[in-house]
Design a protein around this ligand. Structure first.
Ligand code: KMH
Ligand code: ZN
Length: 294
């Protein structure tokens, strides 16, 4: 049994800074969060950026600067969101790849997203998949509902494997409009994954813990962070992204599948090494987490 790949999704596009003052929205907040999360076990960072007013942005210059700063400050696998916010255009979402991240999300279908619609037309999904193949960027297929896994089978059958050959999915569960964050839904999704695929799971809101526990028991990996969860326990707001990563690390250790080292995660996901040898960040010193067995 392998270790557990921990992804942190620290910001997202839905929460306002005013509603969650600890949400990282500036580049320096993001880099500092990334370092803290790497220290407690994260290997991947799923990034949405904000503009100077802390609103979601897909500005090309900012995206590039963000990828560079995260690469300079950490060893984390940098995964940029191509999902953006529900208001972003397809052209802007495709242009995210110009920032040359290690990985990028590829959402596998359209769904109601609360009161909004998160639009992912088939032709757009194909365009994203092919652009990532050409640019040697590893996709993470975001699965919000069971039928989206059938779309993934069709995508791989018709358009071939992703760059690197390994298929990794993230089950995003509990979005109002998508599959629920339950063990039954997770099992149904896991049974429908393409052969050889690995998966992470994240449960939005109060489904965070049930989904994490179900994913670990099913041999899966975890995504946590303030993109998906703002409440640590009933009545207790999340302090920081690192708090959520530390809790996930503890659960992974209890399951005897401790957090994967970043290099191991790079191998599993077949990430192309874009780090410059000149400015290598110091290796991440990991700290023990509260639930570590002694
Ligand atoms: N913000 C959501 C509408 C992704 O990052 O690829 C879409 C999302 C998915 O977060
Ligand atoms: Zn996202």
């Amino acid at each position: 049994m392998t270790g557990t790949l921990l992804t942190v999704a620290p910001t997202g596009a839905e929460t306002q800074k005013a509603d969650a003052p600890n949400l990282p929205v500036t580049l320096s907040e993001l880099v500092s969060t990334a370092k803290d999360c790497a220290a407690v076990g994260a290997a991947v960072i799923h990034v949405h950026i904000r503009d100077e007013s802390a609103q979601p942005s897909l500005d090309s210059g900012r995206l590039r600067e963000t990828v560079e700063a995260l690469r300079e400050g950490t060893d984390l696998i940098v995964q940029m969101s191509t999902g953006g916010s529900v208001h972003d255009s397809e052209a802007d979402r495709l242009r995210v790849l110009d920032a040359e991240p290690d990985s990028a999300s590829c959402s596998m279908g359209t769904l109601n997203f609360g009161r909004e619609v998160f639009l992912n037309r088939w032709d757009f999904i194909v365009a994203l998949h092919q652009a990532m193949q050409e640019r040697e960027i590893v996709p993470e297929y975001e699965i919000f509902d069971l039928g989206q896994l059938m779309a993934l089978h069709r995508l791989l059958d018709k358009h071939g494997p992703p760059y690197g050959g390994h298929v990794h999915c993230d089950l995003v569960m509990g979005v109002p409009g998508g599959m629920p964050g339950t063990t039954a839904a997770l099992v149904a999704a896991v049974q429908t994954l393409p052969a050889g695929a690995t998966f992470s799971a994240t449960g939005v809101g109060r489904s965070t813990l049930p989904v994490a526990l179900a994913a670990l028991s099913a041999g899966g990996h975890l995504r946590v962070g303030m993109e998906d969860t703002l409440t640590y326990a009933p009545g207790q707001p999340v302090d920081s992204n690192a708090q959520l990563v530390a809790r996930a690390s503890g659960l992974a250790r209890i399951a005897l599948r401790p957090p994967m080292e970043i290099e191991e995660a790079r191998d599993m996901l077949a990430i192309k090494d874009r780090r410059s040898t000149a400015a290598e960040p110091a290796p991440t010193a990991r700290v023990a987490t509260p639930a570590s067995p002694r």
